[in-house]
Design a protein around this ligand. Sequence first.
Ligand code: FAD
Length: 375
Amino acid sequence: MCAIEAGKRGRRVLVLEHANKVGNKILISGGGRCNFTNLYATPDSYQSQNKSFCVSALTRYAPREFVALVEKRHIAYHEKKLGQLFCDGSANEIVRMLMDEAEAAKVTIRLRCNVTSIRRADGFLIETDLGFVAADSLAIATGGLSIPQMGATGFAYAVARQFGLNVVATRPGLVPLTSSGQALEFCRRLAGVSIPCTANCKGASFTENLLLTHKGVSGPAILQVSSFWQEGEHVQIDLLPGFDLLTHLKERQAARPKANLQTILSALLPRRFVEAMCETSLPNLDMAQVSIKDISAVAHALKDWTIHPNGTEGYRKAEVTLGGVDTNDLSSKTMGGVGIPGLFFIGEAVDVTGPLGGYNFQWAWASGYCAGQYA
Ligand SMILES: Cc1cc2nc3c(=O)[nH]c(=O)nc-3n(C[C@H](O)[C@H](O)[C@H](O)COP(=O)(O)OP(=O)(O)OC[C@H]3O[C@@H](n4cnc5c(N)ncnc54)[C@H](O)[C@@H]3O)c2cc1C
């Protein structure tokens, strides 16, 4: 996006990419259909040490701008849910669109090109394994640490530090959480079970599905809260959001005293999950035998299920990297490094991170657009 915009201004633009093709993350995103933006991607959706930093870019390049580009190219798309826009066909259409725009803006792209060092000269002197490149402006768009197996590197952070810019500590975001001990046994036994829920962590709350896995918990609700979770903290889960379980159980006790608690709960939650809960932490009794205290305890256990993750599945499985180049050291108007004319940082490399659902691409497009006006 940055290259396209700079090219449109008549700048001679060279993109250096160390992979053998561009847009790898676009291609794998959204299950191959690329969730390319979110209609509700407003600045307050993003995490950053400096929450107001992204306001300018997201206002100047809002989701509708990218949608206009997609529509100009007649790429069919749909809203899946919650403002999330996906291609009807394939993510490849988004890469093709960007490549065509880049070609129209006379951008040159050099693949399999690894940058080995950057020096301040009259502008910048960039050493690559394909030779030296001199440039007046340099935009670093090398992403974060997520999915190192696809070529992610900490390159942007190293460049930022080299030029005296601060880097906010990074950690994996939108990532499955892991468990240990008995909690892990429980998850393993139920691996594959998915339950709609509301997951809460440190004031952030998301109503989506939870998935039990061989390592702990995942699914959209957990990926979302994982960006707020830190070591030692717990995640609180309401397995029946918007449902008054306490009243329901009291009503069922009066109406079906001979029914087993497990049967009553299995009408509300996956049977395998209820069986495992009844074996480990809930009473396995007929409703007539369940005391009022027990009913409250059951309602509490399911409406306020608390898990204590022992970690995350790390950058290998993280969709994004939280933290990054400190926005206090960048101009929110140009994305340029403060006091370093010509050096820009955009996209995931910067300490701006969105939730699941098209927000992170929107940040990449918007920040790239802004830098492209000045680079
Ligand atoms: C599995 C997965 C699915 C996702 N799905 C979505 C989604 O549907 N919607 C959404 O909004 N976000 C999604 N994301 C997040 C989104 O992909 C990223 O936020 C976005 O790609 C960031 O864009 P970027 O240009 O900053 O970095 P990247 O897309 O990571 O691009 C960085 C590029 O720099 C190259 N590079 C790195 N180091 C060097 C170097 N030293 N020299 C030369 N080149 C280098 C890399 O090869 C890469 O091509 C997903 C992420 C993952 C991992």
